[in-house]
Write a protein that binds this ligand. Sequence first.
Ligand code: PLP
Length: 385
Amino acid sequence: MDEKTYREKIYLDHAATTPVDEETLQKMLPYFRENFGNADSPHAMGRRAMNAVDEARDTVASLIGARSGEVFFTSGGTESDNWAVRIGAYAQKDKGRTEIAVSAIEHHAVIESAKKLEAEGFCVRWIPVNEGGMVELNAVRSCVNDKTALVCVMAANNETGVLQPIKEIATLAHECGALFFTDAVQAAPYLPIDVKELSADILSFSSHKFYGPKGGGVLYVKSGVKTERLIVGGEQEKGLRGGTTNVPAVVGLAAAYRKNVATMSETNAKIRALRERFIKGLSNLDGVAFNGAEPCLPSIVNVRFQGVDNVSLLYKMDLQGVCFAAGSACASSSVKPSHVLLAMGLTEEAAKESVRFSLGKDNTEEEINRALALLKDTLRALRAF
Ligand code: PLP
């Protein structure tokens, strides 16, 4: 999609991905051609690339309150999540800790990693959520014990935007001697991250959710936590993730994250106001029920349109230039009802009538008004069908 097409669309799917910010793109461009060196080459071209990677690592570390040696670069949220779960599970296996507690609403990157560990002999305890989509502390308490190696609860859910009480959950994990991992992929664009303040031992996020390039992710691992090797090969990322470093992605990630943090409060205020306008407009439509409780990200609205199949609505609205999601992006080609909404107690039917809108910094009031008008007509047409 070129810039013109993006502007012509009403793009309400920022939780799936965002366009690369112009300033960020300009910072990345030299690393494709003039400064194309392999960051591991000892010559001048390599050193120039490595300097950029070192600088990016220092930037990210200082912005999240970590040390540079605690920040690993990956290809994105999925890879960071896969690595996080393995590190957390195996870190204390020699002490007889063979259980992990995972919230039922995690992204598939975490859920599938946990299932893989199950096949390797770990016991996975699935932490339920309440009907508002929140993990309650008592639910965590009943899933942890002195055999728990790791507790995984995401900071903000990707489908409902519901914020989780991760600081309190981290305390519960630590009280029983377990590590705490939080997937902050959806939270990072909107909430400042301070790993010490959050008491996270392991934390992940992904560049393309905050106007950085795809192919860039971060894994924070607190120093002292025993790390597992993810990709064998070269000695990159302290010898734990082999493979030639994607320098443009790393440079872009750091630039985008720096800008994101600097503009966060202003962007959040703008998006929050648009979200309020959108929710108000949706509330005036017939047969509407909102999924997910507050506190919530300023960007996400998950809503059920009774009697309307979400995939049909998505395609009808797409034809009119409005982009959003039925379930999460990674599951958009399947018609499976969302595991998140089912975990919140919705029926399969209700889940298949639910969609996710996620607003971004370039959306306007005019777009929100147009989207609401188009929705009103499309819902009427689909219900009459
Ligand atoms: N975790 C969450 C909460 C997400 O929303 C996503 C993507 O939508 C991911 C992980 C995966 O990130 P990536 O697309 O960078 O692999």
